[in-house]
Design a protein. Structure first.
Length: 242
């Protein structure tokens, strides 16, 4: 059986960690990416290995184009092209727009949106050259679909990711590489502030937050052979919020 490598960025905690663990259960070989949280990434890899899965760690700054290119090309040169990529890593810097600084705008836009290019571009041609199809999943947000108070920068970056995902899906369809976007709503990662919960929960018909494992279940399906006819889609997992 040919080992299928999948890169998950931002896999040291939260949704990224849950996705990496689930995809390892599905039989993929996981490339567990982290930026600064090496401890969390090692924990993810340890959980994968304890359940009988396989993987390796990879570290780079998603906002640094040259570093992404260098590290990813070196890993691909050594191990071969990836079957799949989950472009999960991103940042927030929430504040009301009139109070938003130039740095808060620039950092969120450049980190989240540029990472689409920085991470995926070095991976695409090797994926095509494998001639075995592939899967790309990008992570947007409900904020990218409908906007959210205090997240003008974040909403803009995630809306951009949605547009880029749809365009890339058209380009790669003939290569049997699907490109889809997951747009999570209120997910309990342990990092959501209480005032955010109080504002957002009343907007959720299911009256609860989602779990990282539920998002991972959707990623698992989109990576599977059963999802081979799904591409160019934005699937929101949000408890009925939108």
């Amino acid at each position: 059986m040919i080992t299928q490598d999948i890169l998950v960025t931002g896999a040291s905690k939260g949704i990224g960690q849950a996705i990496a663990i689930q995809l390892a259960k599905d039989g993929f070989n996981l490339i567990v990416h982290y930026g600064k949280n090496q401890k969390g990434a090692k924990e993810t890899l340890s959980k994968i290995e304890r359940q009988g899965g396989k993987g390796r760690l990879l570290s780079f700054d998603i906002s640094n184009r040259q570093e992404c290119k260098y590290v990813l090309e070196a890993d691909i040169q050594k191990h071969g092209g990836y079957y799949g990529v989950v472009n999960n890593a991103g940042i927030t810097a929430d504040t009301a727009f009139p109070a938003m600084t130039e740095d808060e705008w620039d950092k969120v836009i450049h980190t989240n949106l540029d990472a689409f290019y920085n991470v995926l571009h070095p991976c695409i041609m090797p994926m095509i050259q494998r001639r075995r199809g592939g899967r790309i999943i990008t992570m947007a947000s409900v904020s990218g679909l409908v906007g959210n108070r205090g997240q003008t920068n974040y909403s803009a970056s995630k809306a951009g990711i949605i547009g880029a995902t749809k365009a890339l899906a058209i380009e790669l369809a003939k290569r049997k590489i699907t490109v889809n976007c997951i747009a999570p709503g209120l997910i309990d990662t342990g990092l959501i502030e209480e005032h955010v919960k109080e504002h957002a929960l009343p907007q959720v018909p299911l009256q609860r937050m989602g779990t990282p494992e539920e998002v991972a279940g959707l990623a698992s399906y989109l990576m599977s052979d059963m999802a081979g006819y799904i591409t160019r889609q934005v699937i929101s997992i949000n408890g009925g919020m939108v």
